[in-house]
Design a protein around this ligand. Structure first.
Ligand code: SF4
Length: 288
């Protein structure tokens, strides 16, 4: 009986690995491949969500995004970026580790290039969308099309410049026809996003749209429930870092949605104002 052919065995192994992770043990070693059963196990993800209420504050939720079991061995592999302290160098090591990635089927569905992420490696504020579109695929940079221009305006309205923040997506390759990335694609790619967040150590992550929010928080809820509050967020599947207690995560509308329904821009601005208040940002003064 192999691990690959026995779902119960796979689940039990993944549960054991999580148990070790919870004890703070990450350096587990896997034997070199002996045969076909050595590939990772495609099993379903699980979710842990704890709810807390703090008096006199915006209601907050604590969310621990689960590590999909299909990535459990990816998670256990020692991460090269942990050997450096400079976030710019760490991001380069993550990019090298990603390589010419073929880990999910998006690599063979017409992508021109991988869109890794862009911005300040020490950003206090990070924006996360769902995946690259045609412009991003062509230019190799997230949020450069019309939605990107709107995101730039949103960043400017917060009193920041695009180069002050860091911008990335849940999946790094363009889904064909701009379809929503599928669960297995998000599960395969998001560990790299988690590693990016862990080296940048932002104070706030803004999830742009429901796909980003659901993947970061492992919460399946409509936007109306996801918005309007902060979540305590810690990237899943990585060793704890004494220098960083995690980020606050806010959810707002994806700029592409705001282009389709500009009436919601006021609601998005409320979300950003909540973030600005937390970061102590003031909108730029208008020229008179
Ligand atoms: S979407 Fe992510 S996991 Fe899939 S091929 Fe691209 S980089 Fe690799």
């Amino acid at each position: 009986m192999t691990i690959q052919s026995n779902p119960d065995l796979r689940r039990a192994l993944a549960a054991r690995v999580r148990y070790y992770n919870e004890l703070g043990i990450y350096d587990l070693y896997r034997r070199e491949a002996q045969g076909p059963e050595s590939s990772t196990s495609p099993v379903e993800a699980s979710t842990t969500v704890l709810e807390t209420e703090t008096p006199n504050e915006m209601p907050r939720k604590t969310a621990t995004a689960a590590v999909p079991e299909s990535n459990i061995f990816e998670v256990l592999t020692p991460k090269p970026e942990l050997s450096v302290s400079d976030p710019a160098s760490a991001l380069k090591l993550i990019r090298e580790d990603l390589g010419d990635c073929t880990r999910c089927k998006l690599h063979k569905q017409g992508r021109k290039q991988i869109v890794f992420g862009v911005g300040n490696p020490r950003a206090e504020l990070m924006f996360v969308g769902e995946g690259p579109g045609a412009d991003e695929d062509a230019q190799g940079e997230p949020f450069v099309g019309r939605a990107g221009q709107l995101l730039n305006n949103m960043i400017k309205a917060m009193g920041l410049r695009r180069e002050d923040v860091y911008i990335a997506n849940v999946v790094k390759c363009r889904p064909p026809g701009n379809r929503t990335p599928e669960r297995d694609e998000c599960d395969t790619c998001s560990p790299f996003l988690m590693r990016q967040i862990a080296v940048i150590k932002p104070k706030v992550v803004v999830a742009l749209g429901a796909v980003a929010a659901k993947n970061l928080l492992a919460i399946n809820a409509p936007m109306s429930e996801l918005r309007g509050r902060f979540y305590d967020f810690m990237p899943a599947g990585l060793p704890s870092d004494p220098s960083w207690q995690g980020a606050r995560l806010a959810v707002t509308y994806h700029p592409a949605f705001l282009l389709r329904d500009p009436r919601q821009k006021g609601e998005a601005w409320k979300d950003l104002q909540m973030v600005m208040k937390y970061l102590g940002l003031k909108p730029p003064k208008m020229a008179t």
